[in-house]
Design a binder for this molecule. Structure first.
Ligand code: NAD
Length: 351
């Protein structure tokens, strides 16, 4: 066994069907009496329903959450928090809504109850990314770690199939990078394998039947497992490339993770042979990079950065940005190799 350091994160997790009915009890458990419910405009109806369910415990809704946590949206939400005399926030939605809840907590120290409806995994991390003047910066602080996560499988039944696949691949990416992280530890590596396997077996079943409750349950469990991995250990090349492509080229988050992951795994496959062998084992394939590519391609997810709005000339600039301040990675960051990786991701070449 290699030496390791492990920090457990303090979060209460409730997982099951119909668990959204437990929000009021959880608020009382935190000693809170007045919540602001957060969502994107798309999920405003669900937020209103939750606010109605909470009755006097609700101070209303703020439904303007947006991708990459723009600071302007956070400023608007903070005004509402102050005017309404709120003592906690409830984020109902995917990573964008959870990001807004975290930004409010960062500024106010208010407790957060989080009800995730995608597989992005942000709820289980003390990480926040915020965008200001077109630049996305990320920080790790326990101030943004949600106090309570309520996973309600029923709320994920409406997640469209393509978003299910890309969000699931986003989750798998967290577990893959946890397995070869420089601060990997045996508990998180075990969870990473379980998370990858749970999502990989859920995707074909949800693709065949989006209302398959057992498959949805596997996927959401996998999302928690993979998010916990991201929260516990460091990220490497794959996340750096996705942050670059999202932050500087405005490419969509989950789709970009889906396209880049097989190529990042191929780049690292020799330098992190044991970890990537575990990824292959969890997927039930011989070659992890090809297995990930096929998991996306067979289930209708994008495989080309060219299809996500990237221009051919952007690859050179993306290589420069990603290589200028790289994250630790098992294989040295070589601009020529990163350029090949991004070209392959641009054209959608199977690794
Ligand atoms: P998202 O939250 O932007 O959701 C995409 C769209 O799907 C939204 O319109 C949303 O309302 C809708 N949606 C969500 N759940 C739904 C459901 N069950 N049914 C129908 N529609 C639903 O997408 P995302 O990929 O979950 O989050 C991306 C954001 O999360 C990015 O900003 C990313 O940086 C952040 N993120 C942060 C971390 C972290 O640890 N800090 C981790 C992962 C992602």
């Amino acid at each position: 066994m290699h030496p390791f350091i492990y920090n457990a994160l303090p979060t209460r997790v409730i997982f099951g069907f119909g668990t959204v009915t437990q929000v009021a009890d959880e608020m009382c458990g935190l000693g809170c009496r007045r919540a602001l419910v957060l969502s994107t405009p798309h999920q405003a109806g669900d937020a209103a329903q939750l606010a109605a369910q909470l009755g006097e415990l609700s101070a209303g809704c703020f439904t303007e959450a947006a991708m990459h946590t723009p600071v302007e949206v956070t400023a608007q939400a903070l005004k509402v928090v102050e005017q309404a005399g709120v003592d906690c926030v409830i984020a109902l939605g995917g990573g964008s809504t959870i990001g807004l809840g975290k930004a409010i907590a960062l500024n106010t120290d208010l407790p957060q109850i989080v009800i995730p409806t995608t597989y992005a995994g942000s709820e289980a991390t003390p990480i926040i990314g915020q965008t200001e003047n077109g630049l996305k910066t990320t920080q790790r602080t326990l101030k943004v770690l949600p106090e309570v996560i309520i996973y309600d499988i029923d709320l994920t039944l409406t997640l469209p199939v393509q978003m299910t696949v890309t969000s699931g691949m986003n989750a798998i990416a967290h577990a893959v990078e946890a397995l070869y992280s420089k601060d990997a530890n045996p508990l998180i590596s075990m969870l990473a394998e379980q998370g990858i396997a749970a999502i990989a077996r859920a995707i074909p079943r949800i693709h065949a039947d989006p209302l398959d409750r057992e498959a949805r349950s596997d996927a959401l469990y996998g999302a928690w497992a993979c998010g916990t991995c991201l929260g516990a250990v460091g990220m490497s090349l794959h996340h750096k490339l996705c942050h670059t492509l999202g932050g500087s080229f405005d490419l969509p988050h989950a789709e970009t993770h889906t396209v880049v992951l097989p190529h990042a795994v191929a780049y690292n496959s020799e330098a992190a042979m044991e970890a990537i062998g575990r990824v292959a084992r969890a997927l039930g394939v011989d070659n992890a990079a090809r297995g990930l590519y096929d998991l996306a391609a067979v289930h209708g997810a994008p495989t080309r950065l060219a299809d996500l709005g990237m221009a051919p000339g952007d690859v050179t600039r993306a290589v420069e940005i990603a290589c200028a301040s790289p994250y630790w990675n098992p294989r040295a960051i070589e601009p020529g190799g990163i350029s090949d990786l991004l070209e392959n991701a641009f054209t959608g070449k199977r690794p």
